[in-house]
Design a protein around this ligand. Sequence first.
Ligand SMILES: [Cu+2]
Length: 127
Amino acid sequence: MHRNTRISKFCSVSAFVIAFSMVLFVPKVALAHAVLVSSQPSVNSRVSGPEISVRLKYNSRVDMGHSTLTLLDPDGKVEKVAIESEPEPGVLAAKLTGLVKGSYVLRWQVLATDGHITRGKVPFEVE
Ligand SMILES: [Cu+2]
């Protein structure tokens, strides 16, 4: 009984130390990754077609040559989207054409300068 109490006390202290060092460590790592800070179209927005401009802004510089954009259309078809050259280092720009009414998902994958890949999606609706 006495032994068990000491073990669990030790465990909760180690758990606290581990949790605390994770709190200290994680923000530094996360800062180096490319995180989406704003998007056009914005997440879950309604836009009118058939043509829209895409502009994804990240918190850090991204490698355009190793970043990809794909579009899932209302029929479930996935197409690669050409990334336009953009003078701003943390921005991915593209044009979507031939959009019809329905739900789309724009998927992005970017390579940040720290060598880490992040990905995410921007669902939107064409009306
Ligand atoms: Cu990173």
